[in-house]
Design a protein around this ligand. Sequence first.
Ligand SMILES: Cc1cc2nc3c(=O)[nH]c(=O)nc-3n(C[C@H](O)[C@H](O)[C@H](O)COP(=O)(O)OP(=O)(O)OC[C@H]3O[C@@H](n4cnc5c(N)ncnc54)[C@H](O)[C@@H]3O)c2cc1C
Length: 431
Amino acid sequence: MSQDINCDLMVIGAGIAGMAAAAFATARGISVVQAGLATTTMFASGCFDLLGVSPEYPGRSCEKPFEAIDALRNVNSAHPYARLQNDEIRTAFDEFLSFCRESGLEMHCRPEVNMHFATPVGTVKTTYAVPASLLHGVHALSSQTPCLLADVKGLKGYSARQVAFMLDGQLPVTDVVRLSFPGFEDKADVYVRQMALAMENSRIRNEFVARLLPHVGEAQAVGLPAMLGLSRCREVLRAVQDGLGVPVFEIPTMPPGVAGERMKLALDEGLRMRGVRILNRRNVLDVQVLEDGFRLEVGSEWPEYVVQSKAVLLASGRFLGKGLVAKRTGVEELLFNIPVSQPESRDKWHEDAFFAEGGHAINRAGIVSDNDFRPMDRQGKPVHENLFAAGAILANQDWMREKSGTGIAVCSAYHAVCTLVRNLEFKQSGE
Ligand SMILES: Cc1cc2nc3c(=O)[nH]c(=O)nc-3n(C[C@H](O)[C@H](O)[C@H](O)COP(=O)(O)OP(=O)(O)OC[C@H]3O[C@@H](n4cnc5c(N)ncnc54)[C@H](O)[C@@H]3O)c2cc1C
């Protein structure tokens, strides 16, 4: 027997676009049901990109994302950012950051300016907002703070020595050290999730700090792999800093690390507190488009819930999220059968050169929408006045190359929700 649920908005997707849409909608008094898996979010670095590369200088990171967005509009009028004014982008991002704070996820940004932090391979990544655990690393890079970098015996894919070597000249490293993690001394392999959980135990944490302290020496900050707690990261970070007597920062580990899980845990809790009905680890299996709304069957394998909703926001991602599926004959969106903008044949998906300057056409495939992010049908008309799309599933953007993943997700979700609010108010006042 399936359970019936009624709501104003069904959000399909539990990635950043889906979570942002649910937060924006509840703030405006709209009842929300959300379904989806945590897949892509688990791979994320925990940072929020807005636009990290300007089309004027491809392949180089940019300092001023809003100037880069202006340039992007000039060269790509079909880009999702071209449907938005900069002030709306600012408002959307600010509101999302407030929701993060309310959920216990402390994010930091320097308004209007991008930030830079070290990656696990020793390169420097550009982003717009970082979690508190990365903040001192951003300061260390920009102010050339002498740092100690540490790693852990048995941790694969992360080497403090390699990070220091690659960052040579960009970050003064006083020393690198490899420590045994308390309790895991005999293990050939250790994992960041295990260590992050263990660091929430004060006895283990104190022992780890005691092993690290003698190496601090002249260093004015200490960089560790991202392992400082899972849901209690703030508390762990503070305790480690107090124990070492210098600022401490994390360097993200190779995905999947703990940063994505931390973000998901916090934001899901924030959404629950706002009253979102989260159908965790459930997919929308089937949809019927009705004249005045939608009927959706939701479950893992069979329909456990039947949701009647006035509106739907499709935030099901691209290939990793499974919003788009690549078949031999082309790329398809399977839930609503919305046409997908894509290269005319498979042999045009990729350029010959892997690092082709303009990227690969397949990475710009997606759903074409009107200016309010309503997907278009084959006749070029909105599929339904209250069906919206947001995030990676949108066409004409290459978020990975542009470094715009969270920005596009959050801002398209914001605009779609604001349009929905107007539609619902208009309907109410007309009745
Ligand atoms: C390795 C990696 C690193 C990244 N690093 C960064 C970074 O540093 N900064 C940044 O800003 N962004 C980063 N991103 C991008 C970011 O995580 C998001 O992918 C991006 O913002 C788009 O999010 P989205 O919500 O549109 O889609 P996704 O995150 O792909 O989410 C899609 C959601 O839809 C759900 N779904 C699909 N089909 C259905 C269905 N039938 N029913 C219900 N649910 C369904 C999926 O389960 C999933 O929950 C990274 C991504 C990856 C993969």
